[in-house]
Write a protein that binds this ligand. Structure first.
Ligand SMILES: [Zn+2]
Length: 762
């Protein structure tokens, strides 16, 4: 039974009925208009129904198209009794099938020239008319439910894929003389199941099908969280059209994208990691289990650059005057929530000098060049996987571009540009094959709420990481790069288990960064211990200052991963505004992984992690998938009392500080770098208590020079003091030149948060 949703609660609904029917591919065709702050166009969805389509070769029982129309007319049901009707929204009116235009490739003008009123008038038959029609009352049509909010849906229609020239090659029958619903669905079925080595042909067919004429409008209805579509007489998912086109536009206030200005004052729009993900950008199936591929054509004024989750480094195509078009695609199926777009007047940043060696090393490997010799079995559904491509597996540095507003050029050249290759290379040394073939990095506008966000093929970084020295930039870059493996290539099946992306990325950021800096093992360990002290402070602070139920990493306990019969579910606390400020998934997740790595020893742990990545990339996981495989790989003598059950109990299902961590921190001696901080903290506390006296000269010399993370730790400790007098603060500023340090950026972003949910990424 479906869970009843209460919008006043802080849980995020996932409405799509993915147990019945699954989107396999999206084709987006969109125009971005900065003046009206609207994105509009069409999306075509290609489905695979839950019960595998049954092929009936050489079937002759299909009626011809006109007969089919007749049949529809007689089978008109009672749409005015639509079970979900929200009369407040414009689009709630049930739309009609206009049978006279069926299959004729009619020109649709409704989306372009009209405001809503026009459209409503033009849209034809009102719902009341249906009631007069005879129908098979009592029968229920299959309802396709898509996640959708804040979209103006203008029209939904079935796509006549049989009209695409050459498409008959996909079917058994030599010539498509008799076109039926069944045949169209058979074509889509063949298309979505084409083998991975025919990916290019598949993409091309998808594109051409998406432009095929419509063959009948479908009835639709919207409410707060969903778009519901049905076809009169189609009673099961198998009978429902497997290719549908939705014409729609976004609303300026929609929460999936943010319209704003960049640091140079020019307009831009981008997906900034809303808790509602992309459902106010396009109607989709949000549950992560709906892993799909996509391609998108986006048009904007020629002065804009369109960046997107796509495996090709798109270049613009000039269209009519002053307008250009960008096309991107992916061949690896991923949850729709991971799709990301940014449109703005960005400039590509290039190093002042670039060596030909670097370029040679970064030669792009498109799946077409992939020589898919067999490198081992992948557990995921079929796609052109880099783990099976020997040239891709050895590629240390993937091709990348860096974009930013032109005013940040110098800052990018000073810090970011030269950090990208060593960080990518470090990640490869630790985890092996890069799951994605290329990467764009964008410095996002100042209103971006966190330090970074990772999506397929694109990383957003806050401008804050460009200030100060390279430390903050490097660690943040490493964090986002780690999400390519944990969060993207391996996603959480249940979004409440955010630690599966954030805990891993936080743990790996230290490891990557140490490698990128080429630290020797002792230095690396010191730096990582210092980070542990810092995160320990923060975790304690957060546990003291947040609601207990928000401190649990696996809040659904044994129900984690459960969905309703239809596939819908709710994400606990998914819309809770406090969640944005919580770091518990980063911190507790990090400490758990650190604890496990220490138990195994680094070499064993990272060897296991590579094995885990090899087994689970391209798939969704729950906590137990990781823990079970890990424990199986720990020799008996090291496993001691560890079990999945007690890790759940101690680390994942309780609030507060995990007991094993509490014990470890109490017993553990501080590392040298942290001890140094403690000594400095004592000096500052003494100074803070000292009554105002004649100014002493030595203050400047007394304090040691500190590393950026030491400074942050020092400030954490000082902030625990009840009062810091203004004099102390001024001296702090003088001693460490705080305003020029990373620490400021870091402090300003304590509320670092990730793109909503572990669907990705941050
Ligand atoms: Zn694979």
């Amino acid at each position: 039974m479906d869970t009843k949703l209460d919008p006043s609660r802080d849980d995020l609904p996932l409405m799509a009925n993915t147990s019945h029917i699954l989107v396999k591919h999206y084709v987006l065709d969109l125009d971005v208009d900065f003046e009206s702050q609207i994105i509009e166009g069409t999306i075509v969805l290609f489905f695979e129904s839950g019960n595998r389509f049954q092929k009936q070769s050489g079937s002759t029982k299909e009626p011809c198209r006109s007969e089919s129309n007749e049949a529809c007319r007689f089978r008109m049901p009672e749409p005015c009794h639509s079970p979900v009707t929200d009369t407040r929204t414009f689009s709630s009116k049930t739309r009609s099938n206009d049978f006279t235009i069926c299959g004729k490739g009619e020109k649709d003008t409704s989306g372009k020239d009209g405001n809503h009123d026009n459209w409503e008038q033009a849209s034809g038959i009102s719902s009341s008319k249906y009631c007069c029609d005879t129908g098979n009352h009592g029968s229920e049509d299959f309802l396709l439910v898509l996640d959708c909010c804040d979209l103006s849906v203008l029209k939904v229609e079935e796509v006549d894929v049989a009209a695409v020239p050459g498409i008959e090659k996909l079917t058994r029958s030599p010539k498509l003389t008799v076109v039926s619903e069944e045949l169209r669905n058979q074509i889509v079925c063949e298309l979505v199941t084409l083998p991975a080595d025919r990916w290019r042909e598949q993409l091309d067919y998808y594109a051409r099908c998406s432009q095929a004429p419509g063959c009948g409008e479908l009835l639709f209805d919207t409410d707060t969280w969903s778009l519901q579509i049905r076809k009169t007489g189609a009673q099961t998912a198998t009978d429902f059209p497997h290719a549908i086109r939705i014409r729609y536009s976004t609303k300026p206030q929609g929460r999936s994208v943010t319209w704003t200005s960049d640091q140079s004052g020019r307009p831009c729009v981008y997906t900034m990691g809303s808790p509602i993900n992309n459902r106010a950008l396009f109607p989709c199936q949000e549950p992560p289990v709906a892993m799909s591929t996509w391609q998108a054509t986006v048009r904007a004024a020629a002065s804009f650059v369109v960046l997107m989750s796509g495996e090709n480094s798109a270049k613009p195509t000039q269209l009519r005057e002053g307008c250009s078009s960008w096309h991107y695609y992916v061949t690896m199926p991923m949850p729709a929530s991971t799709f990301t777009i940014a449109v703005g007047s960005w400039t590509e940043m290039k190093p002042e000098t670039c060596s030909s060696n670097d370029l040679a090393a970064e030669r792009s490997l498109s799946p077409s060049e992939a020589d898919f010799r067999y490198v081992g079995i992948c557990g995921h559904m079929e796609y052109p996987c880099r783990f099976q491509n020997p040239s891709a597996t050895t590629q240390e540095i993937i091709p990348h571009r860096v974009f930013a507003p032109v005013c940040l050029k110098a800052a990018c050249q000073e810090t970011l540009l030269q950090l990208v290759p060593p960080c990518l290379s470090a990640a490869h040394r630790v985890l092996g094959t890069h799951p994605f073939s290329r990467l764009d990095i964008l410095i996002v506008p100042g209103n971006f709420p966190s330090l970074g966000m990772a999506s397929p093929h694109i990383i957003f970084l806050s401008q804050s990481v460009l200030t100060g020295n390279s430390h903050l930039c490097g660690t943040r870059l490493c964090h986002e790069i780690a999400h390519a493996w944990f969060g993207l290539a391996i996603g959480a099946r249940d979004w409440t288990e955010e630690w599966l992306s954030e805990g891993f990325a936080t743990h790996l950021e230290d490891v990557f960064w140490a490698k990128a800096q080429q630290l020797d093992p002792h230095e690396a360990q010191e730096q990582q211990e210092l980070k542990a002290c810092l995160r320990w402070c923060r975790l304690q602070d957060e546990v003291r200052n947040s609601p207990e139920e928000m401190q649990v990493l696996r809040p659904n306990k044994e129900k984690t991963g459960h969905v309703s019969d239809s596939g819908s579910s709710v994400v606990k606390h998914g819309l809770n505004p406090e969640k944005v400020f919580m770091q518990v998934h980063y911190l507790k997740g990090y400490f758990l992984l650190r604890f496990l790595a220490q138990r195994l020893g680094d070499d064993t742990y990272f060897a296991f992690l590579r094995k885990f990545v090899h087994t689970f990339h391209g798939q969704l996981i729950l906590s137990q998938d990781f823990l079970q495989m890990l424990l199986e790989n720990i020799p008996e003598e090291k496993r001691l009392e560890l079990s999945v059950e007690n890790i759940f109990r101690d680390w994942l299902e309780s609030s507060g500080i995990p007991q094993p961590l509490q014990r470890e921190r109490q017993a553990g001696a501080e590392c040298g770098l942290a001890r140094q901080v403690s000594v400095e903290v004592e000096k500052w506390i003494r100074m803070n208590r000292r009554p105002r006296k004649r100014k002493r000269r030595e203050t400047e010399q007394v304090f040691e020079k500190l590393l950026p993370d030491q400074l942050v730790l020092l400030l954490e400790h000082l902030l625990e003091q009840k009062t810091l007098n203004p004099r102390t603060l001024q001296s702090l500023e003088r001693a460490y030149r705080l305003t020029q340090q990373d620490a400021e950026g870091e402090a300003a972003h304590r509320a670092e948060h990730r793109r909503s949910l572990p669907s990705g990424k941050q």
